[in-house]
Design a protein around this ligand. Structure first.
Ligand code: GLN
Length: 525
């Protein structure tokens, strides 16, 4: 049977599903407790805690670039995944130890920082590599990839849904000494994932012929006789490129970090209020993709396809920046302006954060079979079209809630239906965009760059997490005047309309570009 017509999926997909499920359990379980731990156990103020939180969620999606590079160049996917998992388990263990000594801040805080560092590095090794591996289970041209990534994405969300419930139950009890149990659960979850992967990878992560997938790369030059290798010249070019990229990053870092107000006001120092990590992220977002696409080993066609990844990744920044309001402004909204009474029980505001994950789990099978079905009929929309549909649905979700709050007096609460509806619409958008994006990156990347480009894809999440924090700060507060690019944000309606316009405009522009992008993909779908 021709592979493109096959039904069902290789068993390896389910192994990756389970591994990623445990890893995301660990990630989201820790994330659910992290803010509370900092403010309730370590007694950090909200501002410091938010800063640490924002930097952590930004950096965790910056390091996949590094992990992608190491894997494509030296380790291959398998080894990177295993080491990433081990380093993350160590990170969670350090958080557990930090929480054991939470009353001794001078011990607890350095342990926490070391733990965060390990999580950031470990995620960098793990996340791009497990994503690439999903694609590598299928032959080129196999049209089951979009549906495979959608199933994989369900694994992400099974972990994301259970984690806050379990880690919240054992860790967030109102007694600060219990946080450690949440972190320990996250550590154990990660170890289970690592163990399952380690034990079963040789059996299941294989080609249909049984050859292992995800081994270290075979250097291409190995086939060329030693004397013919232009080593010296190549080394010179790559050193020069690295120096230029390094200097470029440094210059942008400084440009983003300077407090421009200090030139007109001597009372302000030049780096006052600088968010160094944010500046670093923005500098990398600009320099790294340029560095990769100008690699001398790439052909024009490869560059063109990588260009498509970049253009779409740019639009995706606006998707996640609006979507990630879930953990920020939408949680304030759930807390302050949503009637959460069910019978005689008031649902905690934080529970709303499990809704998107639950909806992904419910809707993913529907979407996976929809893509397969349309694929078999030959009428499946191209990736850029699916992604613009995703952005449009995001915009519609905000439009829906904007209606719900139109003309609402401050302090009045609206029905839960509005927020639930928003999350439902957003999830449909997420399923049209996120797994499809992973699949697209895989299909458009030259094999020797596939994990690195997956890292670039996650770079847009890194930038988006930073942008989300900024956008969330426009959440209306009584007595505080806020305006966004000259647009007055006086009430909730105005606030939600910012997202309607932002994602709506991105959807329309991407849609208009889609036929051009499809041509640039040159049959790589
Ligand atoms: N929910 C996804 C995950 O955790 C989001 C990833 C992203 O790119 N923003 O994997």
């Amino acid at each position: 049977m021709n592979q493109t017509q096959q039904k069902g999926h290789p068993k390896g997909l389910y192994l990756l599903f389970v591994t990623e499920m445990w890893e995301r359990f660990s990630y989201y379980g820790m994330r659910a407790l992290f803010m509370l731990y900092m403010t309730q156990a370590l007694l950090l103020n909200k501002e410091t805690a938010s800063e640490i939180y924002g930097s952590y969620t930004g950096l965790v999606y910056l390091t996949p670039l590094l992990g992608g590079y190491i894997s494509d160049r030296y380790w291959g996917n398998r080894r990177s995944i295993v080491w990433g998992a081990i380093v993350m388990a160590i990170g969670q263990l350090l958080l557990f130890l930090s929480a054991c000594y939470y009353t001794h801040i001078s011990v607890a805080q350095p342990l926490m920082m070391a733990g965060l560092g390990a999580l950031i590095l470990g995620n960098g090794l793990f996340k791009p590599n497990i994503s690439t591996m999903v694609g590598s289970l299928y032959a080129e041209g196999d049209n089951r990839k979009d549906s495979a990534f959608t199933i994989f994405y369900m694994g992400v969300n099974v972990g994301a849904m259970i984690a806050p419930l379990w880690c919240g139950l054992v860790g967030n009890t109102g007694h600060p000494e219990d946080f450690k149990w949440g972190f320990l659960s996250a550590c154990i979850g990660m170890l289970i994932g690592a163990l399952v992967f380690q034990l079963l990878k040789n059996r299941y992560i294989v080609t249909p012929e049984g050859a292992p997938i995800g081994m270290p790369p075979v250097p291409q030059a190995a086939t060329v006789p030693e004397a013919e290798k232009p080593v010296a010249k190549e080394n010179k070019v790559s050193y020069r490129r690295i120096i230029v990229a390094g200097l470029g990053t440094l210059v942008l870092l400084l440009l983003f970090s300077i407090n421009w107000g200090s030139f007109s006001n001597p009372a302000i120092s030049i780096f006052e209020g600088t968010d160094w990590i944010g500046s670093m992220i923005y500098a990398c977002v600009i320099v790294m993709p340029l560095f990769i696409i100008t690699d001398p080993s790439l052909t024009r066609l490869e560059q063109q396809r990588i260009g498509v990844i970049y253009i779409i990744a740019f639009f995706v920044i606006f998707f996640w920046a609006a979507y990630e309001q879930a953990g920020a402004s939408l949680t304030f909204f759930a807390d302050e302006q949503t009637d959460r009474m069910i019978g005689g029980w008031e649902m905690p505001a934080a529970y709303f954060q499990s809704f998107p994950a639950l909806f992904v789990i419910l809707l993913a099978p529907v979407f996976a079979s929809l893509w397969s079905f349309l694929g078999r009929k030959g009428i499946e929309p191209a990736s850029p079209v699916k992604q613009s549909i995703g952005l449009l649905l995001l915009s519609l979700g905000y439009l829906f809630i904007a209606f719900g709050v139109h003309g609402l007096e401050p302090g009045v609460k609206v029905s839960m239906m509005w927020l639930t509806g928003l999350y439902f619409i957003h999830t449909m958008g997420e399923l049209s965009l996120a797994p499809i994006g992973l699949s697209m990156v895989y299909k458009l990347s030259p094999v020797r760059f596939s994990s690195l480009l997956m890292g670039v894809w996650y770079l847009s999440t890194s930038a988006a997490n930073k942008l989300a924090g900024l956008l969330s700060s426009y959440y209306p507060e009584e007595g505080v005047e806020k305006s966004f690019l000259g647009y007055q944000v006086e009430n909730l309606f105005d606030f939600f309309m910012v997202f309607v316009f932002m994602s709506g405009a991105a959807a329309v522009i991407l849609f208009l570009l889609s036929s051009k992008l499809k041509k640039m993909m040159a049959g790589a779908e």
